[in-house]
Design a protein around this ligand. Structure first.
Ligand SMILES: NC(=O)c1ccc[n+]([C@@H]2O[C@H](COP(=O)([O-])OP(=O)(O)OC[C@H]3O[C@@H](n4cnc5c(N)ncnc54)[C@H](OP(=O)(O)O)[C@@H]3O)[C@@H](O)[C@H]2O)c1
Length: 299
């Protein structure tokens, strides 16, 4: 993926694996990159490759109109930028593109905080691991002011294909968390299932390739998701091919097998609880998709 824009000045604040990958991709596309990180030595390799290390967060912000933040969470942004805004109008006219994880509400508050200090705010959620940044297939959710996004899209494109979701700053974060809900749960299930077989003395290598087939077989069962989306929205859960009662029995067997193996029970118990609630609510002969009715009501 390469930039179609003139070289721009871009600041990257936060140099974990993700911030470093972004800075590198931006430099490779010809942009002038200023970096800052709480732990300065994390900038060493980037500086050797041509980045400018700002001595302070204020200097980092002053270095570019577009400031990309790649931090563990949003409190880290305030830790870094609160001292900067105490100096007056340092953020005025800047665009903060925060590609860090947090909740949608925290993100909305941050957009208001930025506006109070004269800065525009874009929320981003990057959907690939650090080594894939700037590579084909990389994509990033964005939300926030459309004209601000449009102005900076040619530069942001370098990181990954932008998917603009709308003006609500919380929207990109909502999509990020929803995707990570799928991702993190799947990763935990892979490790849990591996622990189940290794507790029985089976080597992980005998199990994991097949487990990945199970994981990637899910799209074959569900299709592109649009039919499922229609059924969920219509509240239709035909149990012709499988039922919540049948799958709930298996969910219980997984809990008991895990108990016998002496491994952690929280994840299979959480899954079983969805089936128990669906069956108790009268959805036993409906499809597994009926779990949606109890999951969405639980909050
Ligand atoms: N890594 C990935 O593959 C990946 C993939 C998709 C999305 N993301 C998202 O990208 C963001 C960054 O990820 P990462 O892997 O680079 O994370 P990381 O290794 O945890 O780095 C986080 C950065 O935040 C800084 N930081 C944390 N708390 C701070 C504070 N209170 N004050 C100042 N700086 C603070 C760290 O500074 P120090 O160096 O001084 O500790 C570091 O630069 C996260 O929100 C993550 O969810 C990451």
């Amino acid at each position: 993926m390469s930039s179609t824009t003139d070289p721009a000045r871009v600041t990257v604040v936060g140099l974990g694996p993700m911030g470093q990958a972004m800075a590198r991709a931006l430099m490779a596309a010809g942009h002038q990159v200023t970096v800052w990180n709480r732990t300065p030595r994390r900038a060493d390799a980037l500086v050797a490759e041509g980045a400018t290390l700002a001595a302070t967060p204020a200097a980092a912000v002053a270095g570019s109109d577009l400031v990309i933040l790649s931090l563990t969470d949003y409190p880290a942004m305030y830790d870094i930028l609160d001292p900067v805004v105490r100096d007056g109008s340092a953020l005025a006219g800047k665009v903060l593109a925060n590609l860090s994880s947090d909740t949608p509400d925290v993100t909305r508050e941050a957009a208001q905080w930025a506006a109070k200090h004269g800065a525009a705010f874009l929320t981003g959620g990057i959907m690939v691991p650090a080594p894939a940044v700037g590579q084909p297939g990389a994509y990033v959710f964005y939300s926030g002011q459309k004209d601000v996004f449009d102005r900076h899209e040619p530069v942001l494109k370098v990181i990954g294909e932008p998917k603009y979701l709308g003006a609500d700053p919380g929207l990109a974060q909502l999509f990020y968390q929803a995707h990570l809900d799928v991702f993190l749960t799947a990763l935990s299930s892979l490790l849990h299932a591996t622990a189940l077989v290794t507790a029985a003395g089976v080597p992980a290598a005998d199990f994991l390739p097949g487990a990945l087939d199970t994981l990637t077989g899910i799209p074959a069962m569900i299709g592109d998701g649009l039919e499922l989306a229609g059924e969920l929205e219509a509240g239709e859960h035909p149990g012709d091919l499988s039922t919540a009662r049948m799958m709930g029995a298996t969910a219980d067997h997984i809990v008991r097998t895990s108990q016998q193996a002496g491994i952690d029970l929280e994840l299979p118990k959480a899954v079983k609880s969805h089936y128990d609630k669906a069956i108790a609510a009268g959805h036993g002969t409906s499809n597994w998709t009926a779990l949606y009715e109890v999951v969405k009501a639980s909050g």
